[in-house]
Design a protein around this ligand. Sequence first.
Ligand SMILES: Nc1ncnc2c1ncn2[C@@H]1O[C@H](COP(=O)(O)OP(=O)(O)OP(=O)(O)O)[C@@H](O)[C@H]1O
Length: 454
Amino acid sequence: MPKNKYWQDCLSTLEKKISPQNFSTWIRPIRLKDITGNLVHLVVPNRFIRDWINENYQEIIEDTISQLINDKCRIKFEISATNTIPENEITEKDSIVKAIKKTDITSAETEKKNSGLYLNDKYTFEDFVPGSSNQFAYAAAMAVANNPATTYNPLFIYGGVGLGKTHIINAIGNEIINKNNNLKVCYYSSEKFMNELINCLRYAKMDEFRQKFRSMDVLLIDDVQFIAGKERTQEEFFHTFNALYESHKQIVVTSDKFPKDIPGLEERLRSRFEWGLIADIQPPDIETKQAILKMKADQNGIYLPEDVTLFLANSISSNVRELEGYLIRIGAYASLTSTPINLNMAKEILKNILIEKNKEISIEEIQKNVAAYFSIKVSDLKSAKRLKALVIPRQIAMYISRQLTSCSYPEIGDKFGGKDHSTIIHAIKKIERQLEEDYQLKITVENLKNSLTN
Ligand SMILES: Nc1ncnc2c1ncn2[C@@H]1O[C@H](COP(=O)(O)OP(=O)(O)OP(=O)(O)O)[C@@H](O)[C@H]1O
């Protein structure tokens, strides 16, 4: 099968899996260049598209190609501003398969010298914009990177979705390797940790698994909240943690919640996470958002006018990933249509997203979010049960309802199982008082409000 026909098949399959708009923005511009070993070389017009695809579509593209050729492959991108397709055709599907089979899949472990196992070298401190919202986590991360296993161990970084946890934990690893190339550093998402554990259990390779993690100098585990409720994973992680900690090795974990707010997390792990330093990342303020946008635009060679930067920083999300996504969308549009970026264009591109975001928040949504956050039922929020585990979330939900909706006290009472307006006033006053002294509660409420408004 000629190479282009083969790529067409791949595109047709992808077209069925991805929404039309996303398909034409992100997938359509990709060209197949070449195949070497198990690597499929693709060409994209710019860094935006490459990074976006890597983050959002890499797996689906690899799976689609792997299925078509009946073998496992990886994709690699090249950037070509002119988007030319070199014509070194591979004519038969068989020869593609053969080429892929010839080379064993090179694991990321052996691919580079010492660049840290599974570390993303794209995420460094130089590329991280510090601001009042992340200052504490940033300083703690730098301190750990400069003196691993001496100052803060473990370092526990937590914050809402898309606020830079993965970036900062990888930056720690990259910085450590830059300073001392002999140290063994590995980065694992907790899901990857779990999958590898399951595989090792299945194939009776637990000794290998233990040996691998326990030989590390620095263990970085991202999104640790996902191991909560997974008994075997927590147990293995607990032993790994102890072994490393006792040998004075650095451990850094990130999570979307404070340890005591992670439902299903074993007590012994929770207490260990609290042994070291706990640092939070808060949603960025407008100035930090502007600085991030400017840096990302610069890095990608986009000219982003001041008024567009301000518009983006003001009107959209505090979730930096989303912010970056909008910048990428605008940049890709400008690049694909060869039009300069201006305010009207940015408004037009983001019109639908903004309408969606500006919709008024309902009490039902607030209840759903608060219940999910505390892993309780919405019906418990509406009930009159006096358990502490329900009373606090209920009062928080009432407080947020008053803050984010225009509902009156009696209306809020109605939505909470027909409670009297005086109960609502009492709950709100109580939360207001506690917010002044309980920093942890303040962050929980901020995170919840943020997840509802972004
Ligand atoms: N302060 C910052 N400076 C520069 N880039 C940032 C900053 N904060 C976040 N980002 C960027 O935002 C994107 C999302 O960040 P990241 O993936 O680290 O978030 P996260 O907190 O790990 O999200 P999740 O909760 O979904 O795991 C990344 O591209 C990252 O580079």
